[in-house]
Design a protein around this ligand. Structure first.
Ligand SMILES: Nc1nc2c(c(=O)[nH]1)N[C@H]1C(S)=C(S)[C@@H](COP(=O)(O)O)O[C@H]1N2
Ligand SMILES: [Mo]
Length: 493
């Protein structure tokens, strides 16, 4: 019966609207229960955890902070293709489309069940997706309506999709921005010394604004954790287990420390480092209250979304911070609100747990953190490195005296010297900006006399422990890149 066959256009619309309805219904229910239960995000987050480390490193390197946008976009594209195919396969009857809807819903259910950060209740979100996707598909498909009643039905579903999607999004984020605003400005009892003007050459600015601070994490959507709901559990090899609320932490004497955070994924010359005035409580005090038993060498921290890091207890006790603020404000949500760890001198993946809710005192022998199972190192102190910030690669500058500017860092040791050279010529010492403290980067500048033509300029730093950067290039994996940064540009007459 040819009249029972849907036109290709209608078939595609039915498929697309059914998938959109499934996503929106799941998002709405997730907004009520737990934002990360949104099936699309749960599938994405599971994909991130299952992705081989090499691919993940490639994605971080290639797309930077946009790696997740690229992943979500790719998943969206795949879904569009599936929706179109499901529609077209179902022109003669709804069964193929319903099978596809159930398979997609099942994928969402499996992904939500596999997430370490979600409770069993969260499975209601992908179930809502499965049910509404299947129902909408069947309902739009079943009748062969008159054009007018068909259009009404499509409009009705479209409006429902938009309302549920927007509603879910509002529910997911409203609470936390309100909670963060209610925390208000943070005033440390012991503020960091002001940055001396001669520490900041402005290339880049010494203190990174909260908005410009680099971001690296595995979270597809930023975990939404209200300060009112926050609890940090400290347990394991301790004399006394602690459970700290946000209020408990805030009431302790707050200190402020200027610290440069660095990501191990940084290639030589890469951008994944920033400096902030972190406000928080020295972890030494909290651990003293708990009483660490002898033999515990690892502080194993877990975020609300199930990410983990293992940090040497000695480093945590020496200089670890439980941070609740950056540059006078509560932590931005994407940087760990309400609380995170910061340990100067260690790459972020072994120390800087955002949205931290659990600290277990244990041993390195007993527990392996997230990135260890993916080929990265167990111990990762930040390596002495330097970077040329200007001129940028392939820039055109005026020949003659050319200003070279950059940054150098060797957290916990401090920078003693930076040298630059052009075209494998002699090393020339750069002028160092004032040191803020050994846990921050240090700006430098040098003037080179360059004739017209193409030039290749390199830099290398020496730290206060006497170590000079090796020219041997190694990749970021397993414990940080080495090698001299170089930049090639043209000097014009
Ligand atoms: N919960 C959680 N915390 C995390 C990560 C993560 O993936 N999840 N990534 C770590 C890494 S690899 C780095 S470099 C720092 C980056 O912190 P930032 O995003 O505030 O710059 O956070 C660390 N803390
Ligand atoms: Mo990192």
């Amino acid at each position: 019966m040819p009249s029972m066959t849907l036109s290709p256009r209608r078939a595609v619309t039915v498929g697309a609207l059914a998938v959109a309805a499934a996503l929106a219904a799941g998002h709405l229910v997730a907004g009520i229960i737990s934002p990360n239960a949104s099936p699309f995000l749960a599938v994405g987050n599971t994909a991130i955890d299952l992705t081989p480390a090499a691919v993940k490193d490639f994605a971080i390197r290639t797309f930077g902070t946009y790696d997740k946008v690229v992943l979500l976009g790719g998943m969206g594209l795949v879904l569009v293709v599936i929706a179109v195919a499901a529609g077209l396969m179902s022109r003669k009857g709804p069964v193929p489309g319903i099978v596809v809807a159930i398979l997609l819903g099942g994928t969402g259910i499996a992904a939500v069940l596999a997430r370490p950060d979600l409770s069993l209740l969260a499975v209601l979100a992908p179930i809502a997706s499965l049910v509404s996707g299947t129902a909408v598909f069947y309902w739009l498909h079943r009748l062969r309506p008159t054009p007018a009643s068909g259009r009404r039905r499509f409009l009705f579903v479209s409006a429902g999709v938009i309302a549920a999607g927007v509603g879910g999004q509002l529910l997911a984020t409203r609470d936390v921005s309100g909670s963060r605003a209610a925390v208000g400005d943070l005033t440390p009892a012991s503020p960091a010394p002001p940055i001396p003007p001669d520490a900041d050459f402005g290339t880049p600015r010494f203190i990174t604004s909260n908005r410009d601070f680099y971001r690296v994490d595995t979270a597809l959507t930023v975990p939404q954790l209200r300060a009112e709901d926050y609890a940090l559990r400290i347990h394991g090899a301790v004399d006394k287990e602690l459970l700290l609320s946000f209020g408990d932490i805030r009431r302790l004497p707050l200190v402020e420390r200027t610290i440069t955070l660095t990501c191990v994924s940084n290639e030589v010359g890469g951008p994944y480092m920033s400096t902030s005035n972190f406000i928080g409580v020295p972890l030494r005090e909290i651990l003293a209250e708990a009483g660490v038993k002898p033999g515990a060498d690892q502080l194993f921290s877990t975020s609300v979304d199930g990410w983990t890091a293992g940090t040497p207890v000695a480093d945590v006790v020496d200089r670890g911070l439980l941070a609740i603020g950056m540059n006078g404000e509560p932590l931005p949500v994407e940087h760990g609100f309400p609380a995170r760890m910061v340990v100067p001198g260690l790459y972020g993946f072994v120390s800087a747990t955002k949205w931290v809710v659990d600290m277990e005192l244990t041993t390195f022998a007993a527990k392996k953190a997230y990135w260890l199972n993916r080929g990265w190192a167990e111990r990762a102190p930040i390596k002495t490195q330097s970077r040329i910030d200007a001129p940028s690669g392939f820039a055109r500058v005026r020949a003659g005296k050319v200003l070279i500017t950059g940054t150098a860092w060797a957290q916990t040791r401090g920078i003693a010297k930076v040298e630059v050279r052009a075209n494998n010529g002699p090393w020339i010492p750069a002028r160092l900006a004032a040191e803020v403290n050994v846990d921050t980067w240090r700006m430098w500048r040098a003037e080179l006399d360059l004739s017209p033509g193409l030039h290749s300029v390199e830099c290398r730093a020496t730290d206060k422990a006497g170590y000079t950067q090796t020219d041997q290039r190694v990749p970021p994996i397993p414990d940080g890149a080495t090698g001299w940064h170089s930049t090639t540009f043209t000097a014009e007459a």
